[in-house]
Design a protein around this ligand. Structure first.
Ligand code: ATP
Length: 299
């Protein structure tokens, strides 16, 4: 890498961290020429990426998962290489890529320039990289304010989850995949592309950004204390052994609900049901660290 465009979201949790200057110094001392673009909105960032035309350059996104999610479409369209400087709250994409949460250590990994092509997911033509939620997960996002994220970090997600499980409401959903249609009553449906979501929860035991699969799990109605017990399985991604949970691996599927339901992905509202989901294997090139490799660790 000879050149990089560093796009900074000052509204992400650590958007004003002093370590950003150390990271820039580290890139420059590694021989990388860096231009910095501090953005005011997702559309501002999209224009910065669209106007970046340095050959063999890399776009380093400094922000949280919401910031990165908005960078996916232009990066995919213009075949740009992305790198992540984790400055948000959950930073789940950084975890899935094996990029350290510490800004300076993450900068070291970026300067090392090891690359992989990862899956992207699409819901109704909106790209996402971590997980899309319908139901309980959307309530969790509604419950979280940026102040709560700033003060409590990833614990804000846990607090919001505990508050919303007491008032969970079920809805009817129909899931069509691989020629089958399944109708059920659910309180939460999640479609994962990456490995982590919600501040380090695991989507599925063997899910990665390289597997070319979407991991679906759907929670059937249950009492709040049963959901609380399920928390351990949700954290570790071993939902296949849990009761009242439907799990599937798919490449494409459609989801309809009895009434239109909001779909949030990477922490942002993207679209509503009915929805078509699909995975695009090896869609974009990213700089990675020591990526989690669950199949290897089982051997
Ligand atoms: N490029 C951008 N420039 C300015 N503001 C942005 C940009 N992208 C997103 N935003 C806004 O900044 C908010 C915070 O960004 P982001 O979601 O990345 O950080 P976070 O909430 O701290 O972390 P995380 O998503 O990892 O929990 C977003 O919800 C969005 O409203």
């Amino acid at each position: 890498m000879q050149h990089a465009l560093l796009v900074v979201n000052p509204k992400s949790r650590d958007g004003h961290a002093d370590e950003l200057d150390d990271a820039i110094a580290l890139f420059r001392s590694a021989g990388v020429e860096v231009d910095v673009c501090v953005t005011e909105s997702p559309s501002d960032m999209v224009s910065c990426i669209e106007n970046y035309d340095k050959e063999n350059g890399v776009i380093i996104v400094a922000g949280g998962d919401g910031t990165i999610s908005a960078a996916l479409e232009p990066a995919h369209k213009y075949n740009q290489t992305l790198a992540i400087l984790p400055m948000g709250t959950a930073n789940d994409l950084a975890r899935s890529l094996g990029v350290p949460q510490d800004i300076v250590q993450a900068a070291r990994v970026i300067a090392n320039d090891k690359r992989e092509r990862i899956n992207l997911a699409k819901v109704n033509n909106h790209y996402f990289v971590n997980v899309a939620h319908i139901g309980l997960g959307v309530e969790v996002t509604h419950e979280l304010t940026s102040d709560m994220k700033k003060y409590f970090g990833v614990f804000a997600y846990l607090g919001a989850f505990i508050r919303v499980i007491k008032r969970n409401k079920s809805f009817r959903v129909s899931i069509s995949a691989d020629g089958d249609e399944e109708r059920l009553r659910a309180i939460h449906l999640a479609v994962g592309n990456g490995r982590f979501y919600g501040g380090g929860n695991i989507v599925g035991e063997d899910s990665t950004l390289l597997d070319g699969q979407l991991n679906l799990f759907c929670l059937k109605p249950q009492r709040w204390w049963q959901l609380l017990l399920l928390g351990f399985n949700l954290r570790n991604g071993n939902l296949r052994v849990a009761e009242r949970v439907v799990c599937k691996k798919v490449q494409k599927m459609s989801v309809k609900a009895s009434k239109p339901k909001q779909i949030h992905a990477d922490g942002e509202h993207k679209t509503d049901t009915p929805a078509e989901f699909e995975v695009i294997p090896k869609a974009i090139e990213v700089i990675v660290g020591d990526m989690p490799n669950p199949t290897k660790s089982k051997e």
